[in-house]
Design a protein around this ligand. Structure first.
Ligand SMILES: Nc1nc2c(c(=O)[nH]1)N[C@H]1C(S)=C(S)[C@@H](COP(=O)(O)O)O[C@H]1N2
Ligand SMILES: [Mo]
Length: 203
C-alpha cells in the first residue's frame, strides 16, 4: 500500500496505530483514486481517507444562498498564482478529511473535519514546499512538506461536527493526526496554528 520510502510508517510499531487508522487505509485506496482524478495527483503519493470529494462550491454571491458569515473571506492562499480567497462555504466544498486528534493546548480530543494542507498547497502552486501558515494575531508557523505530503494535516473548520468556536481555537485551525501518529506528532503544539487566516511559501 505504502511505497518503500515511508520510513515513519515502517518504523512505528503496530501497536501505536489504532485500528481506526488501519481501517481508513483501505478506504483511502478508493477515495484516493477519486481525489487523484480531481487533483491530477501522481499515483505514487499516499492516498488520504477523504470523507467526501469535491462538492460544487455554493455561489456565495447568489442572493438567498449564502448568509453573511458564509460569504465572508476567511482564508487566503498566497502562492505562485497570486492570491486566492476562500469563504467558509468554499473551503467546505473542497475534498475533506476527518479524524480524531487531541488539541494540545486544550488537551481535549475532537473529531476534526477540514481540508488537507496538501490540497491547499497544490491549489496555491506550492506543492512540495514548506508552508507558512499565518494567523489573525500575526502568529505564524512553518509546516514541513514532509509532514503534510504523507499525513493528512488539515485546515480544520469543524470540531465534533460543529463550527470551531474561538474558545476551541477556531474558526480555522491547523490540525495534526496526533492520535494516529503519536510519536511523529508529539511536541507539535507550536504548529497547531489557531485563528489561521492565510497560507504562503515558508521563507
Ligand atoms: N494564532 C496563534 N496560534 C498559535 C500561537 C499563537 O500565538 N497564535 N502560539 C503557538 C504556540 S508557540 C503554542 S506553544 C501554542 C500555545 O497555545 P496556548 O497559548 O493556548 O497554550 O499555540 C500555537 N498556535
Ligand atoms: Mo509555543
Amino acid at each position: 500500500m505504502f511505497p518503500d520510502s515511508t520510513p515513519a510508517l515502517q518504523r512505528s510499531p503496530r501497536r501505536l496505530r489504532p485500528a481506526l487508522w488501519l481501517s481508513v487505509v483501505g478506504a483511502a485506496a478508493v477515495t484516493g483514486l477519486i481525489a487523484g482524478l480531481v487533483f491530477g495527483r501522481p499515483a505514487e503519493t499516499v492516498p488520504f481517507p477523504y470523507m467526501h470529494g469535491a462538492l460544487s462550491a455554493p455561489a456565495t454571491s447568489a442572493p438567498g444562498r449564502a448568509g453573511p458569515v458564509l460569504a465572508e473571506v476567511v482564508f487566503r492562499l498566497i502562492g505562485s498564482r497570486g492570491q486566492q480567497t476562500f469563504t467558509l462555504a468554499q473551503l467546505q466544498a473542497l475534498p475533506a478529511v476527518q479524524y480524531r486528534a487531541t488539541q494540545p493546548q486544550l488537551k481535549r480530543s475532537f473529531v476534526y473535519t477540514g481540508v488537507p494542507l496538501r490540497d491547499l498547497a497544490r491549489l496555491a502552486g506550492l506543492s512540495g514546499q514548506n508552508l507558512r501558515v499565518l494567523a489573525d494575531d500575526q502568529f505564524g508557523a512553518t509546516i514541513q512538506a514532509a509532514d503534510y505530503d504523507r499525513f493528512p494535516l488539515m485546515l480544520a473548520y469543524l470540531a465534533d461536527g460543529r463550527p470551531i468556536t474561538a474558545a476551541q481555537k477556531g474558526p480555522l485551525e491547523v490540525v495534526f493526526p496526533n492520535e494516529q501518529e503519536r510519536t511523529r506528532f508529539q511536541n507539535f503544539g507550536s504548529q497547531w496554528v489557531w485563528f489561521a487566516t492565510a497560507l504562503e511559501a515558508a521563507p
